[in-house]
Design a binder for this molecule. Structure first.
Ligand code: 5AD
Length: 331
């Protein structure tokens, strides 16, 4: 019996690290079987629709110091920006005009933003009648409750790696605190998103398998896997990028194990390989995020790398079509 046939009969709650490792390292025909299984599970649970989200990168000011990110606080060479409420609302309006119903506000971890969010979230939710998704770093339970009361629907905090020593080394904080923020956001009534990075320096394949077990345990509403991209002006700039197949296999395993979550096919896949986001959809993903950040701010939002791939509406539509899928009609 192949590992895929065997896992189809196994409850992922009881899956071992060894089982996950076999799926994670699948190649050739076995990998194709895994992707086919992920597509079947996606179709049964979510149909063949891809949800589009519009992201606004509201600020690159960040008080964290993650070694993989050029927006880290100690990068003093990067000019910093923060959009104001009117700018954000104008962009949200153009996201709505593009027929997209989710505004994704992403930014560095910077609690000074929270005052601005008090104005912005209710206006996007109540005036524009759009869903608000946030990815703004770690906050207290009270702040997550506040975001929920203001009308935010969901919040993303990626755990990045399940290896607490590696997390401490690379993100300079405690993994336990990070995971606590995921639980706080959940108990505030927000839908939660999380995920890992694959191919960080010193990350072992065993710890990537543990990432999958942790992702499953968190029962998230969204989950992603990103290949590590070495970023200029960071301590890890000379590292090698993560293996796209490990990211794709991780996404497919999340799909077959968790069934219903939204899984984005992230832009870092496209930066590594032309057609990488289509490959993500073929591995079971069902979300694409289109970038609506104004050009001059986009250039200063140094996530992933200098040459990050910026997803346009056109590219997203072509990618959905090339994967033989459809854009979700309400989006
Ligand atoms: N490589 C891969 N993923 C990255 N992220 C940020 N920088 C990188 C990088 N260089 C991811 C992290 C973070 C999210 C916003 O983007 O998972 O939580």
């Amino acid at each position: 019996m192949s590992i895929i046939e065997q896992m189809k009969m196994t409850d992922f709650e009881t899956a071992s690290r060894a089982d996950i490792l076999q799926l994670l390292t699948a190649e050739g025909e076995v990998q194709q079987e895994l992707f086919q299984w992920a597509r079947d599970v996606r179709r049964e649970n979510n149909g063949d629709d891809v949800l589009l989200r519009g992201v606004i990168e509201i600020t690159n000011i960040c008080n964290k110091n993650c070694d993989y990110c050029a927006m880290r606080a100690s990068n003093k060479d990067l000019p910093r920006y923060a959009l104001n409420a009117e700018e954000i609302l104008d962009i949200a309006q153009s996201i709505k005009q593009a027929g997209i119903t989710t505004v994704f506000l992403q930014g560095g971890q910077n609690p000074h933003n929270d005052v601005l969010l008090e104005q912005v979230i209710p206006r996007i939710k109540n005036d524009l009648k759009m869903d608000v998704l946030l990815c703004l770093g770690e906050r207290t339970q009270e702040v997550y409750e506040k975001f929920a009361q203001l009308g935010a629907k969901s919040y993303i905090v990626k755990f990045e790696t399940s290896d607490k020593v590696l997390y401490q080394e690379i993100a300079h904080g405690s993994l336990e605190n990070r995971l606590q923020t995921v639980r706080w956001a959940k108990s505030a009534g927000l839908k939660i998103g999380t995920g890992n990075i694959v191919g960080l320096p010193n990350q072992t394949i065993q710890s990537m398998a543990d990432d999958i077990l942790l992702g499953i345990k968190l029962r998230p509403d969204f989950i992603s896997s990103a290949p590590f991209i070495p970023n200029a002006h960071t301590p890890l700039e000379h590292g090698t990028h993560g293996n796209i197949n490990l990211a794709l296999n991780t996404m497919a395993i999340f799909r077959v194990a968790l069934k219903t979550p939204l899984i984005p096919s992230i832009s870092a896949l496209e930066s590594l390989v032309k057609g990488g986001q289509r490959m993500g959809l073929e591995a079971g993903a069902n979300v694409l995020t289109i970038n609506f950040t104004p050009k001059e701010s986009q250039l200063l939002y140094k996530i992933y790398s200098e040459q990050r791939f910026v997803v346009s509406l056109d590219h997203a539509l072509r990618t959905v079509e090339s994967a033989g899928l459809h854009v979700h009609q309400n989006s």
